[in-house]
Design a protein. Structure first.
Length: 287
């Protein structure tokens, strides 16, 4: 990349990979570029980064067998074939245009019962005249016109009659069109391969600062990948230990406070025990 100041959409790339959280949409993004076309996965890889303030590790493994594996920390989020998970190629098979559904094919599993007849008294109007209604005493035919009794719901109305359903003896099941080889399909056993990885770029939109990105590794050696995962585990354990020590220190300091100070702290109007704004900021992070 000659001019790094111009990095950003629409900078061309080989692979886009990482967590994507935007409002209610959450997924682990993985996009492959194939013949200058960026191809998203056919279905999303789940998003699992719900811990904040902790170092996260994302790992993508792409093998010469065109197999893809994705981890978030030690959690395997996805493993599958590159060709099946991403529409990089034309489909190997397509519906056979010469295969058409027979005219006598029956694909309705149920049918009207020919022996079920509509009762003679079924047909009833939805509304009937209210026989109990009386013309108001102050009704003036000259001004109000001829009085007509209002309508009311007919208690004998049964709605539209429909025959009972029975199993269709001629049912053959759902018709499925045959497949045929796609003449436009071209196999590519090197979907995984890229001629060059000349740079790594990080394009981030977020509502608050504080995210740090480091220790980026692109390698052909699986042992190097495993060493990176091991280093992350050691860092994670160190972070947990430090966090625990800090929590114990704070608890001890609070325990040693005079009772009056504790009471004052609890009654202080400046303390907000339920900081909704802080939670909202976290929910809006997009890494």
């Amino acid at each position: 990349m000659e001019d790094q100041t111009k990095f950003g959409d629409p900078t061309a790339y080989n692979i886009m990979f990482g967590p994507d959280k935007c409002g209610g949409n959450r997924r682990t993004h993985l996009i492959f570029n194939y013949k200058d076309k960026n191809v998203l996965k056919t279905d999303d890889i789940r998003y699992t980064q719900d811990n904040y303030g902790e170092t996260q590790l994302y790992t993508l493994k792409l093998t010469p067998e065109n197999e893809v594996t994705v981890w978030h920390g030690e959690d395997q989020l996805y493993k599958g074939e590159l060709e099946k998970g991403w529409k990089l190629l034309e489909p190997a098979e397509i519906p056979d245009p010469d295969d058409t559904k027979p005219s006598d094919w029956v694909d309705e599993p149920m049918m009207d019962d020919p022996e079920d007849k509509k009762p003679e008294d079924w047909e009833q109007p939805e509304e009937i005249v209210d026989e109990e209604a009386k013309q108001p005493e102050d009704w003036d035919a000259d001004e109000d016109g001829d009085w007509e009794a209002p309508m009311k719901a007919n208690p004998d109305f049964k709605g539209e009659w429909k025959a009972k359903k029975i199993a269709n003896p001629d049912y053959k099941g759902a018709w499925v069109q045959k497949k045929t080889a796609n003449p436009d399909y071209v196999e590519d056993k090197e979907l995984y391969a890229y001629d060059d990885f000349s740079f790594v770029g990080i394009d981030v939109w977020q509502v608050k600062s504080g995210a740090i990105f480091d220790k980026l590794l692109i390698t052909d050696e699986e042992e190097e990948m495993k060493a990176g995962q091991k280093a992350w585990k050691e860092l994670r354990e160190a972070e947990k230990k430090m966090k625990k020590e800090e929590e114990e220190k704070q608890a001890a300091e609070k325990k040693d406070e005079p009772e009056e100070e504790k009471k004052d702290d609890g009654d202080s109007p400046d303390v907000d025990a339920d900081d909704d704004d802080a939670d909202d900021d976290k929910d809006d992070e997009d890494l």
